[in-house]
Design a protein. Sequence first.
Length: 380
Amino acid sequence: MEKSAFLRDDNAVSPVIGVVLLVGISVMTMALVGSLVLTQGGIIQPTPDIDVDYVEQEDDNVSVVVTSLIGTSSVDEDDFEFRVDGQEACGAWDSSNGVGVGDRMNITGYADGGDCADLDDTSSIAVILDEGSQSELLSTYDVRDEGAGEGGEGGESEGESTFTVSVNSYDETVTEGEQVIFDVTIENTGEETDSQNIELEIVNDETGESEVIDQTEVELSSGESTDIELTWETDDGDSGEDDQRSYSATISGEDDHETGLVVQVEDNESTTDEPVSFDVLTVDVSEFDNQDDTVAIDIEYELSGALDDAEVEVAAEVDYHGGKGDDNKESKEIQDTDGTVLFILDVENRQDEIDVDGVIDGEKCSVTGIEGGDSGVDVC
């Protein structure tokens, strides 16, 4: 029997299979290498290109503003580090979902032993981008420095005016309603004549509310100084519920300021209502007449203290001799600090007694027993 052509073909298929296997092995090898690189070493992302600028605010606060952000749309707030003279800065971003272009960090001072110390004209601010394994100094800024920016050197320009503020004296503890007078010296240490507005700002330490209480315009020639007075009427503040309240004062000009001024304001005890009491309580009882079963009781009183919310009464009661019958009692509320009250009460005989009371907020001030016919008796 003759063999078929297929069986007589001696060409092998192994070269095709080899090529397929080679391609498969190469793909698997590259996939393994890529996986190792991604999982072990990670992909190093380039640091975003960030530009910041500085805006000096009132009260010597400085805002750091993001002006440019290349390579990402936003940066986590925790990736920024702010240092003032090498110490951690105090402040907060005005953003809540990452930092983008236009967002601000308002720096109010720096951590100093747990407290936040104010910035001054020698403070240097550094902005650092810290992403864990990488950190980069973005910029530095010298407070009140004309040459702001990285590596900038500041200094007073020749010919400028500079006003310094020095507080000489003030009352640290006052009674509410009294004035606090701050005696302040202002000096122009610059080289030109200038005028500046000097302000007194008061901050309620309990509520955090602040207000410019007093201010004055000062004009000085180069090297000239003058003394001024800034006044605070303490009743301008909230009285609150405490017997003593603390207020912080700041006196500032355009170039200088003085803080750390604390005023304790105590409640004015003289305004507290004096307790009400009966100074004089005299009783005049008319003569008892057997033909008439009533007597007139004329009571004259004099009080000390302010009535205001107190409930003050004068009461008269007949105590029947031998306890026969119900006692006959009347009372009248009084609104004046002195005057007279008249009662007409039923009695039975001369042995009946009349009790007259001064009553303040439900408590008897004084009690006396007066027989019918007696008069001119001091009770209090």
